[in-house]
Design a protein around this ligand. Structure first.
Ligand SMILES: O=C[C@H](O)[C@H](O)[C@H](O)COP(=O)(O)O
Length: 227
């Protein structure tokens, strides 16, 4: 049996094979992608040449430490490929992301990519999204209004995200409301509806974005699902 960290490490190494010389890529955020970044750092030293757009300051800092090239999305037309993790993946390849708080920049970067590959351990594959609390990024002004609106519209609980005893601020200085939907039968509709609420910046629902789901299993095997 492989531990979760070992599965993540294997996924990182496996996913690195998709990055070829001279590619322009988007790099995700989180504990799974961490191993991809470490592997890419090694391959860079062995001569692999690529340029990345980062989905968070966290990822950018790792690239800096590992001596990898990164540029702003503003200097890029399209990205050939983006690779990221996810918090949940449903049967149709819709995702919940943002457990690590990077959903906004991730969605912008990944919408600019021709292909999006998601790497997850098997526990994250679900029939229907929603057991993982859905992160909704909101501007700080009037956040309580948005919280109340979401709670009453869907009859659910939400929680303002905190970290280390303080209210969590995203890279873009917004708050995150973690929304306990339990089940999200129509992620596309929910994403659209939440976007209509004043104050909502972005949701962690990534619908019709992923092209390939790569899953790491506890027996050490890896399976690939094309969407
Ligand atoms: O904000 C964070 C991202 O959406 C991550 O891709 C997601 O939370 C999965 O992260 P991890 O690989 O650490 O479980």
């Amino acid at each position: 049996m492989f531990t979760q960290d070992e599965i993540k490490q294997q996924l990182g190494i496996y996913a690195a094979d998709f990055i070829k010389n001279d590619m322009l890529i988007g790099l995700g955020t989180g504990t799974t992608v961490y191993y991809l970044l470490k592997e890419l750092g090694k391959r860079k030293q062995q001569g692999l040449n690529f340029t990345a757009v980062c989905t968070s300051l966290q990822t950018q800092n790792i690239l800096k430490e590992e001596g990898m090239n990164f540029i702003s999305l503003d200097y890029v037309d399209r990205l050939q490929l983006a690779i990221d993790g996810a918090d949940e993946v449903d049967e149709n390849g819709s995702l919940i992301k943002g457990g690590g708080g990077a959903l906004l920049q991730e969605k912008i970067v990944e919408a600019a990519a021709d292909e999006l590959i998601i790497i997850v351990d098997e526990k994250k594959n679900v029939k229907t999204l929603g057991a993982f609390p859905l992160p909704v990024e909101v501007i700080t002004f009037g956040w309580k209004q948005v919280k109340q609106k979401i709670e009453s519209a869907y009859n659910i609980k939400t929680r303002l995200r905190e970290k280390d005893g303080k209210v969590y601020l995203t890279d873009h200085q917004h708050y995150i409301l973690d929304c306990f939907f339990n089940t999200i039968p129509d992620p596309g509709q929910l994403n659209n509806d939440l976007h209509l609420m004043p104050g909502v910046v972005e949701t962690g629902l990534f619908v019709d974005m992923a092209n390939k789901i790569i899953t790491g299993h506890s027996d050490g095997s890896i399976t690939v699902r094309d969407i």
